[in-house]
Design a protein around this ligand. Structure first.
Ligand SMILES: N[C@@H](CCC(=O)N[C@@H](CS)C(=O)NCC(=O)O)C(=O)O
Length: 223
């Protein structure tokens, strides 16, 4: 399999950490770097797709959350079981993947876009937009805090694809945008963050984000 994606970008990182949890090595999944700043995404081979995109034989798959679901299913018996161990677990994983995509991500990605990617282009961030969406993210995390006071991970007492899908954006928020308060001031969210970000797979992947964000230009975050 080949993964076309911008090194260190949120969506590509989401796929790479899934591959790492599944124990896939470079012979099983080869990352082909795409350089957005050089206009690679406009090259003919990328016009019909968006990056990140996975190529597996005659299947080309884009949308990072579709790709991670595909990898979790394809390698069901290998590495970390990212859908739990029953139909009930899987339903709850899917539910929280939807929450990440539709309730959490829309706000965190706007904050990151303004504070990291707009600024990296030398433009001023829209501070009103940042305030509005940071506050909305704060409200969403009230729900997470209550939920995580009752269980260790989002879908139950097991680490899953739903937890994993939050890793790149929260990492960017804390370490790159340096806006950790919404995470750090909630004890259960913080404990959850520490649990999921201390996993070996994430610890192996996260440094590549820091390398890329030291560059003057990075990918956008329409994650
Ligand atoms: N919803 C799409 C968003 C795709 C997108 O716009 N990705 C942006 C931000 S993550 C990008 O820079 N993509 C390049 C990459 O991830 O390689 C996904 O999840 O894949």
């Amino acid at each position: 399999m080949k993964l076309y994606g911008v090194p260190g970008s949120i969506c590509t990182t989401r796929v790479l950490v899934t591959a790492a949890e599944k124990g896939l090595d470079k012979t099983q999944l080869q990352h082909i770097p795409v350089d957005i700043s050089a206009g690679d995404q406009k090259k003919p081979q990328y016009l019909a797709i968006q990056v990140p995109a996975l190529q597996d034989g005659d299947l080309t798959l884009f949308e990072s959350r579709a790709v991670i679901r595909y990898l979790a299913d394809k390698y069901e018996g290998q590495g970390t079981p990212l859908y739990g161990s029953s139909n009930r677990d899987r339903a709850l994983v899917e539910q929280w993947l939807e929450v990440e995509s539709h309730n959490f991500n829309p706000h965190i990605s706007i904050v990151l876009n303004e504070l990291v990617f707009t600024m990296s282009r030398g433009e001023d961030p829209d501070t009103k937009l940042v305030t509005t969406h940071y506050e909305r993210l704060d409200r969403v995390l009230d729900v997470y805090e209550a939920h995580l006071s009752r269980q260790k991970y989002l879908a139950g007492d097991f680490f899953s694809l739903a937890d994993l899908s939050h890793l790149p954006t929260i990492f960017y928020l804390i370490r790159v945008a340096k806006k950790p308060n919404v995470i750090f001031r909630r004890p259960h969210v913080l404990t959850w963050w520490q649990l999921i970000s201390n996993r070996p797979a994430w610890k192996a992947i996260a440094p590549s984000i820091m390398t890329v964000t030291k560059q003057p230009k990075t990918a956008s975050t329409s994650a």
